[in-house]
Design a protein. Structure first.
Length: 323
């Protein structure tokens, strides 16, 4: 896999070039059920204005940079997108330094392979890109880190694709308390578990769904179910219960030192090579929000990135099992 880390200080030609590169594949995905299956531009913009009003100026800038087309603008709203599933495990390490560790399990052919560092609307944010302004994990200059896992429920409803919700949290929030207030009110189109950790080591996991109020918990571990397993075949396939139990044992019974805990994510049962079935571990991310730092890890490779001292670059990484 070919990864890039790019610094896009403000929206401009650099971002529009990225969009032109990725848009053909995203357009196919966005329209796979037909244009009429997706909300209109006016519905998308209205929803953003209602639930994320602070993002409207940035959204309008990005739509213009994307060429001003109707489909591109609807896609960039992340409102009622096609359904998508992922695996993923995430946990808060119980030591003195605030640390969040996560595995992202997904299809390598439907992934940006991109870390973005931005300074949009006066807030510095660094994280793993999805949809070219959404994020599946990240950290901001206030010392707040965030990460998502799929919540293991089939229900699809009205709401936003969760990567934009993560971007919104990092753009507008400084603490776990502020973040959970946002996660409790912004609608999501599918079920997700979103974990936040701030520089003071306060953390929470929001169990979000399109058909019920978000449940804000003090869970330090999140895999691919919520309070109970509801989608049994998905739970078996992803071993969500086994992964959760394994992480809880590492935190409660063994109390691993930091490096040992992180390395457990690079081995079974947390690490998956089931790419032929669409879900394999694409990377392990380590976030240290107090230091505003992240690491991307693969077996034998570590890539350290700093929000305050960000260096652009690219890496060709071997992901076991990925084509």
């Amino acid at each position: 896999m070919y990864w890039r880390a790019l610094d896009i200080e403000t929206p401009g030609s650099k971002w529009s070039g990225l969009f032109a590169e990725y848009w053909p594949d995203y357009r196919k995905w966005w329209l796979k059920e037909g244009a009429s299956a997706r909300p209109t531009y006016s519905e998308c913009r209205r929803a953003l204005g209602e639930h994320m009003p602070e993002m409207l100026p940035l959204y309008d800038d990005l739509c213009a940079l994307a060429g001003g087309g109707d489909n591109a603008a609807r896609f960039l709203s992340f409102y009622n997108p096609p359904p998508y599933l992922s695996g993923c495990s995430q946990a808060i390490w119980a030591g003195r330094e605030p640390v969040m560790v996560r595995n992202y399990d997904y299809n390598p052919n439907a992934f940006d392979q991109l870390v973005l560092r931005t300074n949009w609307q006066g807030r510095r944010v660094m994280g793993t890109s999805d949809g070219l302004w959404g994020l599946v994990d990240g950290v901001n200059d206030a010392g707040l880190a965030i990460s998502l896992t799929f919540g293991g429920r089939r229900i699809v409803g009205k709401g936003f694709g969760v990567p934009l919700i993560l971007r919104y949290v990092l753009q507008t929030c400084s603490t776990t308390e502020e973040a959970t207030a946002v996660l409790a009110r912004v609608p999501t189109h599918m079920s997700y578990n979103v974990t936040v950790l701030d520089k003071k080591r306060k953390y929470a996991t929001a169990m979000m769904g399109p058909d019920r109020e978000a449940l804000i918990t003090h869970a330090a571990v999140a895999t691919n179910h919520q309070e109970n397993v509801e989608w049994v075949s998905h739970a078996r396939f992803t071993a969500t219960v086994e992964r959760e139990r394994f992480l809880l044992q590492r935190l409660r019974l063994h109390k691993d030192p930091e490096e040992k805990f992180i390395n457990a994510f690079l081995k079974p049962p947390l690490y998956s090579t089931a790419f032929n079935a669409g879900f394999g571990t694409l990377y392990t991310a380590v976030y240290r929000p107090r230091k505003r730092e992240m690491e991307l890890r693969w077996p034998g490779t570590t890539w350290a990135l700093s929000l305050s001292d960000f260096t652009e670059g690219a890496r060709e990484v071997l992901v076991p099992g990925a084509a």
